[in-house]
Design a protein around this ligand. Structure first.
Ligand code: SAH
Ligand code: SF4
Ligand code: F3S
Length: 441
C-alpha cells in the first residue's frame, strides 16, 4: 500500500493539541503517516479554535493558502475540526468551498469513517452532534519513542458560562471521565516511557462532581501519584472558585504534583468579575494564593487576564494593575476582550474602544515582564530539580529541562540525561528562561 501523508495544524489550547494527537493516532489506522510538510500531504486537517476573533481569522487565512494547494492537487482531502468547526458546522462548507469535511469537538472518534467515506466517494460531510458518551476523549495516543511527557484528558466540556467565553457552547456540558479509565491510561503511558502527565480539562477542580463515590480531583491525583514510572503530575486549567482547601493541601502532600498552578483570575475588579460571572472576588482569589504560598513555598502562580471587558473603566483596569502588584505572578497570559457570538457579554452595551484596549494591554504586559524577571531572578543561586526534556533550542551543545515550577532551564549536560531528573544550580535568570549548572551531590 502506498504511503499516505497527514498534515495536522493545531490552533488554540492544550486540549486541542491533545485532540490533534488523538486524531493522528486514529488516522494511523487508516494508513496515514504524519508529515510536517503540508505540500506532501494527502490529507490536511486544521484543528481550529474560536476563543477570540483573531484565532478564527488565523484559521481562515490558513484555509486560503490550503485552497491553492487543492487547485494543484484535486485529490487532496481537507477537513476542519475543533471549536470553530463546532461553531460553524455546515456554514463552514458554504464559507470555504474546498472543504471536504467538518467535524466538531465530540466527533473525533468518527474521523476514520469520515475519511474512508471520502476516499471511496467524494462528498461533503459534517459531523457536529454532541454526544453524552466520552468516545472522543478516551482515544489512547501511543507516545513517540523519545517522549517524556504526555497529556491525559480527564473531562470534557464546561458548565461555567463565563460571560465572555464560547467554550461551553462549543465543548458542551461538563462530564468527568471514569477514574479507572484514566488510571489505566496513565499506567500504559508510564509503561511506554512517559515520566510526566498533564491532566486536561476546562475546569479540572470540579472533576468527579458527578460521581457518587466520593472520588474527586485530589483523590485522582493521589491515585496517579502511586503509579510507578510517573515522576511528575501537572494539570490545567483550574477555576479559582473551585480550588478547594483539599487541593491546596495536596501540593504540599503529594510529592509528584508539580509546584505550579495556572489559575486564571481574568480581572482585578470585583465589579468586572461579577459581570464576567466568575463567582469569586479578588479578595477570595488572593486568600487562596496566600494559602498556596504558605503551604508550598516557591510554588509558581500563573494566570490569565482579559483587558477591555465591556464596561471596564480606567478605575477597574487600575484595580487589575494593583492586584498584579500585590500578587506578582510568575507569568501571565493577557488578552484584549474579543466579542464572541452567542455569549452573555455580547449583549453588554458599553464596549471599550479598540485603541484603549491595546493601550491597557501593552501597559499591563510591560509590568508583567518586570514581575516575571523579578521572580526568575529570585531563583539565582538556588538548587532546582529538572526533568530534562531534550536539546536546548538556543544551542546545540545545551540541554533543556523544566523546574517543577514550569520554568525553562538551559544547561550543559550529557545526552543520556534526557528523560531523567537532574539537579542544577541556577546561575542566571532571563525573562523567558534560566541558565543552570549541574549540581554536585
Ligand atoms: N477553561 C480555561 C481556559 C479558557 S480559554 C479557563 O477557564 O481558564 C483561555 C483564556 O482565554 C481565558 O482564561 C481567558 O483569559 C481568555 N479568553 C476567553 N474568552 C475570551 C474572549 N472572548 N476575549 C478575550 N479573551 C478570552
Ligand atoms: Fe470559558 Fe469560563 Fe469555562 Fe474557562 S471556565 S472555559 S473561561 S466558560
Ligand atoms: Fe480554543 Fe476551543 Fe481551546 S475555543 S482555547 S480550542 S477549548
Amino acid at each position: 500500500m502506498k504511503n499516505k501523508y497527514l498534515y495536522i495544524q493545531t490552533f488554540g489550547c492544550q486540549m486541542n493539541v491533545h485532540d490533534s494527537e488523538q486524531m493522528a493516532a486514529l488516522l494511523s489506522g487508516n494508513g496515514y503517516k504524519l508529515t510536517d510538510n503540508m505540500k506532501m500531504a494527502d490529507l490536511i486537517i486544521l484543528n481550529t479554535c474560536s476563543i477570540r476573533e483573531k484565532a478564527a481569522q488565523k484559521v481562515y487565512s490558513q484555509l486560503g493558502r490550503i485552497g491553492k494547494l487543492k487547485e494543484q492537487n484535486r485529490e487532496l482531502i481537507i477537513g476542519v475540526g475543533g471549536c470553530l468547526a463546532q461553531q460553524l458546522g455546515t456554514k463552514f462548507h458554504k464559507k470555504v468551498g474546498h472543504l471536504d469535511f467538518v467535524f466538531g469537538t465530540h466527533n473525533i472518534h468518527l474521523l476514520p469513517q469520515m475519511v474512508l467515506a471520502i476516499e471511496k466517494k467524494r462528498k461533503k460531510i459534517t459531523e457536529i452532534d454532541f454526544h453524552k458518551s466520552l468516545n472522543s476523549i478516551g482515544v489512547y495516543v501511543p507516545p513517540p519513542a523519545d517522549a517524556i511527557s504526555a497529556f491525559v484528558t480527564i473531562m470534557q466540556g464546561c458548565n461555567n458560562f463565563c460571560a465572555y467565553c464560547v467554550v461551553p457552547y462549543l465543548r458542551g456540558r461538563e462530564i468527568s471521565r471514569p477514574s479507572d479509565d484514566i488510571i489505566e491510561e496513565v499506567k500504559k503511558l508510564a509503561g511506554n516511557g512517559i515520566r510526566e502527565v498533564t491532566l486536561l480539562g476546562q475546569n479540572v477542580n470540579s472533576y468527579g462532581k458527578i460521581f457518587d463515590n466520593g472520588l474527586n480531583f485530589t483523590s485522582l491525583i493521589k491515585r496517579i501519584g502511586k503509579i510507578s514510572g510517573i515522576e511528575r503530575i501537572r494539570f490545567t486549567t483550574s477555576h479559582p472558585r473551585d480550588l478547594s482547601v483539599e487541593l491546596i493541601n495536596c501540593f504540599a502532600e503529594e510529592e509528584k504534583l508539580c509546584k505550579h498552578i495556572h489559575l486564571p483570575v481574568q480581572s482585578g475588579s470585583n465589579r468586572i468579575l461579577e459581570l464576567m460571572n466568575r463567582g469569586y472576588t479578588v479578595e477570595d482569589y488572593i486568600k487562596k494564593i496566600d494559602h498556596l504560598r504558605k503551604l508550598t513555598p516557591g510554588i509558581s502562580i500563573t494566570s490569565d487576564v482579559i483587558v477591555g471587558f465591556p464596561g471596564e473603566t480606567q478605575k477597574d483596569y487600575q484595580e487589575t494593575i494593583d492586584m498584579m502588584g500585590k500578587i506578582r505572578f510568575d507569568s501571565l497570559f493577557s488578552f484584549k476582550y474579543s466579542e464572541r457570538e452567542g455569549t452573555a457579554a455580547q449583549k453588554l452595551k458599553e464596549k471599550v474602544e479598540e485603541g484603549e484596549k491595546l493601550r491597557r494591554l501593552e501597559q499591563l504586559q510591560i509590568l508583567q515582564d518586570q514581575h516575571t524577571l523579578e521572580k526568575n531572578t529570585s531563583l539565582e543561586g538556588s538548587r532546582q530539580e529538572l526533568l530534562v526534556e531534550g536539546k536546548s533550542r538556543n544551542s546545540e551543545s545545551d540541554l533543556m529541562g523544566r523546574t517543577s515550577s514550569w520554568k525553562i532551564v538551559n544547561f550543559k549536560g550529557e545526552l543520556d540525561m534526557i528523560g531523567k531528573l537532574v539537579d542544577v544550580k541556577i546561575s542566571k535568570a532571563y525573562l523567558h528562561s534560566l541558565r543552570g549548572k549541574i549540581a554536585n551531590n
